[in-house]
Design a protein around this ligand. Structure first.
Ligand SMILES: [Zn+2]
Length: 373
């Protein structure tokens, strides 16, 4: 089968190679990748030397996809051949502390890189990023990272649920559930921020303030449900949100937003998100900062201690994927969640690097790889 293989230090860094699958482990599943989401975080990895991170290499990247089960190991129980599945980097092992306490978004079985699943022609072993490796025709995935779904939605739309839409909508409706009639602000209108806006719209937020420096993204934010936009290069986003928020009686100008979501991948934006949240409000953080291994965030100590704000750290929208992916599919099937409009470009496997570059330059919202296109 063909896979887009990342070999650090090579030029180009990603090349499509013919690879051979290794014998299947007992709880692993071979999935035909019908569609894979491509994320800015995939491109971020290219800057890192896997050896310095202690990661095995070469790797097949891609950590969010939808596909069809082609083969199962002897002990697989959750899926069967022919099932449509959503592949997530977040497992749901059902056995660790977090799974047993209703928080599989923090499942202890989560890994940055899975064990070798295939080999190049010369015998070099290759490894699936996040134990997914979906930039390929076939992925070999532990069954605990698969959710079997029954729906007629196309695979490209389902693949969005495995990463940006699941994260953003989950943040709005699960992590810090937005109450009807409230004021919401979103820092960063990439695919995750736009999904949060969709979640805020579904939750019937009264005011949705979208903050992004790119005019095209602010326009998309309005399309997905924002009621106001702010260009942070033109005005201070904290001041703008304070000016747009007031209490119901109009007595308290500059109260701050009830719910703020940060998805701008920037440590300054995290501080601003906290600052624009009203006292006793909720700020939800989910960024993978561009300087993800070194970024630090500081807050003013006194209001941080006294303002009663709740800071939510958000991994994959706090979803329980086996419970919540069918729920998200239902929202899409009933026309409440617009998945189709989130996909603005599709790529063949040979276009993997182009898709990653387009994600990194923010020129495409939902780059989607179709390995069999
Ligand atoms: Zn677990």
């Amino acid at each position: 089968m063909k896979a887009a293989v990342w070999q650090f230090g090579r030029e180009p860094a990603i090349t499509v190679e013919e690879v051979a699958l290794l014998p299947l482990r007992s709880r692993d599943v071979v999935v035909r990748v019908d569609a894979s989401n491509v994320s800015i975080s995939d491109h971020l990895l290219l800057a890192f030397d896997p050896g310095q991170l202690g990661w095995p290499a070469p790797q097949v990247l891609g950590h969010a996809a939808a596909g069809t089960v082609e083969g199962v190991g002897d002990d697989v129980r959750r899926v069967k051949v022919g099932d449509r599945v959503i592949i997530t980097s977040t497992p749901n092992c059902g056995e660790c502390y977090f799974c047993l306490h209703g928080r599989p978004d923090q499942c202890a079985a989560m890994v940055f890189v899975g064990p070798a699943h295939a080999a190049l022609r010369d015998g070099t072993l290759i490894y699936p990023n996040a134990s997914v490796g979906s930039f390929a025709e076939l992925a070999v995935v532990p069954e605990i990272q698969l959710t079997s779904v029954k729906t007629d939605l196309p695979a490209d739309q389902l693949s969005l649920l495995a990463n940006p839409v699941g994260t953003g909508v989950g943040a709005a409706l699960r992590t810090a559930p937005i109450a009807s009639g409230r004021t919401v602000a979103v820092m960063g209108c990439g695919p995750v921020g736009l999904s949060y806006i969709q979640g805020a719209r579904i939750a019937d937020a009264a005011k949705i303030i979208a903050i992004d420096p790119l005019p095209a993204r602010r326009a998309l934010a309005m399309k997905f449900g924002a009621t106001h936009t702010v260009d942070p290069t033109e005005e201070d986003p904290v001041e703008a949100v304070l000016n747009l928020s007031t209490d119901a009686g109009g007595l308290l100008q500059g109260r701050g937003a009830d719910y703020v979501f940060e998805s701008a991948a920037d440590s300054l934006a995290i501080q601003q998100a906290w600052a624009m949240t009203r006292a006793t409000g909720h700020v939800t953080l989910c960024s993978v900062c561009l300087d993800m291994t070194t970024a630090q965030v500081t807050f003013p100590a006194l209001p941080f201690a006294l303002a009663g704000k709740t800071v939510h750290s958000c991994q994959y929208g706090s979803l329980d994927q086996r419970r919540d992916l069918p729920w998200l599919i239902g929202l899409a099937e009933r026309g409440k969640l617009d998945l189709e409009a989130m996909i603005d470009r599709r790529y063949p496997l040979s276009g993997t690097l182009d898709a990653m570059l387009d994600a990194s330059t923010r020129s495409v919202i939902g780059p989607t790889l179709l390995p069999f296109a």
